[in-house]
Design a protein around this ligand. Sequence first.
Ligand SMILES: *[C@@H]1O[C@H](CO)[C@@H](O)[C@H](O)[C@H]1NC(C)=O
Ligand SMILES: *[C@@H]1O[C@H](CO)[C@@H](O)[C@H](O)[C@H]1NC(C)=O
Ligand SMILES: *[C@@H]1O[C@H](CO)[C@@H](O)[C@H](O)[C@H]1NC(C)=O
Ligand SMILES: *[C@@H]1O[C@H](CO)[C@@H](O)[C@H](O)[C@H]1NC(C)=O
Ligand SMILES: *[C@@H]1O[C@H](CO)[C@@H](O)[C@H](O)[C@H]1NC(C)=O
Ligand SMILES: *[C@@H]1O[C@H](CO)[C@@H](O)[C@H](O)[C@H]1NC(C)=O
Ligand SMILES: *[C@@H]1O[C@H](CO)[C@@H](O)[C@H](O)[C@H]1NC(C)=O
Ligand SMILES: *[C@@H]1O[C@H](CO)[C@@H](O)[C@H](O)[C@H]1NC(C)=O
Ligand SMILES: *[C@@H]1O[C@H](CO)[C@@H](O)[C@H](O)[C@H]1NC(C)=O
Ligand SMILES: *[C@@H]1O[C@H](CO)[C@@H](O)[C@H](O)[C@H]1NC(C)=O
Ligand SMILES: *[C@@H]1O[C@H](CO)[C@@H](O)[C@H](O)[C@H]1NC(C)=O
Ligand SMILES: *[C@@H]1O[C@H](CO)[C@@H](O)[C@H](O)[C@H]1NC(C)=O
Length: 774
Amino acid sequence: MDKVLLSIHIVIFGALLLFSRGKSFVQSSSSSHTHPNHTVTSCNASERSALLGFKAGLSDPAYLLSSWKGDECCKWKGVHCSTRNSHVVKLDLPGHGCDPNSDAWTQVLGGNISSSLLGLRHLQYLDLSCNGFYGVQVPEFLGSLHKLRYVDLSSLSFIGRIPPQLGNLSNLQYLNLNSEYFNAIYSMDITWLSQLTSLVHLDLSGTNLSTIVHWLPVVNMLPSLKVLHLINCNLRTSSASFQLSNLTSLETLDLSANGFHTHIARNWFWDLTSLKYLYVSSNGFYGQFPDEIGNMTSMVKLDLSSNNLVGMIPSNLKNICSLEEFFVHETNINGSITKFFQRLPSCSWNKLTYLSLASSNLTGRLPTKLEPLNNLIYLDISRNKLIGPMPLWIGELTKLTYLDLGYNNLDGFIHEGHLSGLESLEYLWLSDNSLTLTVNSTWVPPSSLTNIELQSCLLGPKFPPWLRWLTSLDNLDISNTSISDTVPDWFWITASTLYTLKMGHNKISGSLPSTIEFMGATAIDLGSNQFNGTIPKLPISLSDLNLSRNKLDGPLPLDFGTPNLMKLVLFDNSISGTIPSSFCKMRSLILLDISGNKLNGPIPDCSANTSTTNMTSMSILNLSLRNNNLSGEFPSFLQHCQELVFLDLPHNHFVGTLPTWIREKLPRLAFLRLRSNMFCGHIPEELMKLVKLQYLDLAYNNITGSIPKSIVNCKGMIETRDNYDDGGDALHHAFGFNDEWEHGPNELVTYTENFTVVTKGQERDYIQERSYTW
Ligand SMILES: *[C@@H]1O[C@H](CO)[C@@H](O)[C@H](O)[C@H]1NC(C)=O
Ligand SMILES: *[C@@H]1O[C@H](CO)[C@@H](O)[C@H](O)[C@H]1NC(C)=O
Ligand SMILES: *[C@@H]1O[C@H](CO)[C@@H](O)[C@H](O)[C@H]1NC(C)=O
Ligand SMILES: *[C@@H]1O[C@H](CO)[C@@H](O)[C@H](O)[C@H]1NC(C)=O
Ligand SMILES: *[C@@H]1O[C@H](CO)[C@@H](O)[C@H](O)[C@H]1NC(C)=O
Ligand SMILES: *[C@@H]1O[C@H](CO)[C@@H](O)[C@H](O)[C@H]1NC(C)=O
Ligand SMILES: *[C@@H]1O[C@H](CO)[C@@H](O)[C@H](O)[C@H]1NC(C)=O
Ligand SMILES: *[C@@H]1O[C@H](CO)[C@@H](O)[C@H](O)[C@H]1NC(C)=O
Ligand SMILES: *[C@@H]1O[C@H](CO)[C@@H](O)[C@H](O)[C@H]1NC(C)=O
Ligand SMILES: *[C@@H]1O[C@H](CO)[C@@H](O)[C@H](O)[C@H]1NC(C)=O
Ligand SMILES: *[C@@H]1O[C@H](CO)[C@@H](O)[C@H](O)[C@H]1NC(C)=O
Ligand SMILES: *[C@@H]1O[C@H](CO)[C@@H](O)[C@H](O)[C@H]1NC(C)=O
């Protein structure tokens, strides 16, 4: 679910990014800066030394400035000189730190921005955006480079106060200090801004302006302003009545992600009827969709999403004839989708490219007939309450690249006619509807498809043959689609390009081929199927694997071959043999669940070969080995698992006493379940000093003596006692790895575990339900 919403955000951001980075109006054409050979511009010596001084303060691990040597500084990378007087007028050094899809982020400059730049007295243009100046302040001295007209210092992870000296740059037309993703610069007094009367483009997104109440009068001092971005600035005040007599040129206004919490209709920006691009998402605006929109006849892109707006869009939109992008997701329209389409201005139908209506409580059937939306690229109506079939007009959207109708109550059949015309389609997301795909076995899908999510649609019983024609798939989810078949050999070749493959909850049988090793996947979920045979060697890139609830047998691979494996879920199979010592090398593992198998023998000690495996620590957080035939003492490798929260060993043959090192080595332990083993001896006092312990089950062992009085120290247990005692004895516990356990910012993994707790001495086995989502 999060993933879907995230994708929406990315696409929208992409659109913003494109716009905010369109800086051509000040920038002179940079391709023409190679000078004809006969008018050799010679570099001014004092400016050259200023540049070298600047370079000296930088760190440049990727040698981006390797051309900065010799006398001809006008030919150095990013340096442009005036053809008239050969002064350096432009320093154009954007890094690749904003490039989303590569390790381009290493292609950046870092270090310090030296004040020797002051030697470039004629500088008009400065672009250092998307480099890596971590923790550096916006330099005060920039305020002295009076000729500056264009300054782009965006995405630079600056910290500290924006220097008011920037207010001295009276020629400035373009100022971009966007730090949306770092959010560590601030200004507590923005009167300096009002001096920049030539400003055409201003972006202070991500700057903390929370103390500033009267920001509108300041902005109103900038009569040339065309573009204003104040995304995520902690702004709180917006005014209904403010007369913005000066902002007659404003075309783009982006106030997304502030905290206005006021009525949407009572806002100054509705008076700016010249606006073409208005983004006000995630601001806590409330009320009906305002009629004021009807007067915004220049509107091209309108984003009202993620606010508490209620009711149908207004009926007076008929003059908004330039509308291309309309975002109203995460609102509460709570009305019929047919009416919504009727109210979209018909004069803009052939211009609309983006329509984002997810999670807005839209009801009813999709209209069966619709005026053509010839240019639609993006259509998201997911997570609404739509019923009925998917209409055929969708199949005529030849430019559509993104279609998401997931999480509705659509039903009926989808055949070739719904899909074959979608020749640009990349994303086909129809999950969680009652749709049945009845395409002909010879059907060839649009070859542009890269992301398919059809979870819980009906595709089976045959394995979908059309997948064969997709040669560049990134993500495929055909979980719970009633497939009852073996996997054809060609599929594993098709699947070799996938990042994620989800085929769980089907009746897919047969063994896993050894060619799986050559897939590029990072996540594979084949859980709850009928796969048999042994587990082959896995793709080297794999980080998440779920093969639970299958019929796998034989031993675990001697070496999984996956240095980055983080989640390994193999419960409820018939895997036998011992746990191989290669397990000790799996340093990234945070979740291991091999419960309900036939594993035997002791667990590798891992310290035996310390010299070769460097056994300093393992990341494991959740270990479940329940219901096997494992033996030996309490696993000693756990001494290297400082992060462990959940330890589940019931129904094995473990022997010996409980170790006294538990408290010292497992400080975060919250769930300790040792039921039905052969542990003996006393309960060590140390165990009772585990302050985070919430759940302890030692039943059916050979443990003697009394329960230490110090059990009252287990604060975790006391805090959650209510959960155990108040009748309902199910404790629902969810670990959100991303925020609670700091295992990487991009993780969207949830591990949910339900179990019934044994209460007040009643001998009741706990029932356990597990779901792993990634
Ligand atoms: C100009 O210089 C470039 C590269 O130094 C060279 O390839 C080109 O032939 C020169 N043109 C003339 C007209 O000299
Ligand atoms: C170099 O530029 C500086 C100012 O930037 C100027 O004072 C000096 O005269 C210039 N030198 C030459 C040789 O043009
Ligand atoms: C940047 O400045 C700081 C403090 O003056 C200094 O410690 C650091 O070495 C400088 N970095 C570079 C790359 O020169
Ligand atoms: C630059 O701005 C600062 C602060 O706004 C001011 O104190 C200073 O006098 C200005 N300097 C010049 C040269 O204008
Ligand atoms: C409009 O902008 C000019 C120039 O900055 C300024 O002098 C004037 O006070 C502004 N008008 C209002 C109403 O703010
Ligand atoms: C739309 O504009 C007209 C004329 O400028 C104005 O009279 C009317 O009040 C506006 N309507 C809304 C809803 O703002
Ligand atoms: C959709 O409607 C339900 C019930 O009326 C409400 O609880 C929910 O908050 C609405 N969704 C949104 C996004 O407003
Ligand atoms: C499948 O499609 C082909 C060509 O579109 C057609 O000739 C054939 O009859 C179809 N087969 C079935 C079973 O519908
Ligand atoms: C695995 O399942 C397939 C298909 O159900 C069957 O033909 C095969 O014999 C099974 N293999 C093993 C080793 O059980
Ligand atoms: C073990 O790993 C730690 C931290 O990763 C490192 O500092 C240490 O040098 C390594 N020791 C050996 C023997 O490889
Ligand atoms: C239980 O432990 C005692 C010693 O603590 C030992 O004598 C006895 O054999 C154990 N019983 C079983 C069934 O392991
Ligand atoms: C866990 O329990 C809650 C409440 O009883 C239930 O809604 C949820 O579906 C259960 N989750 C699983 C994975 O069984």
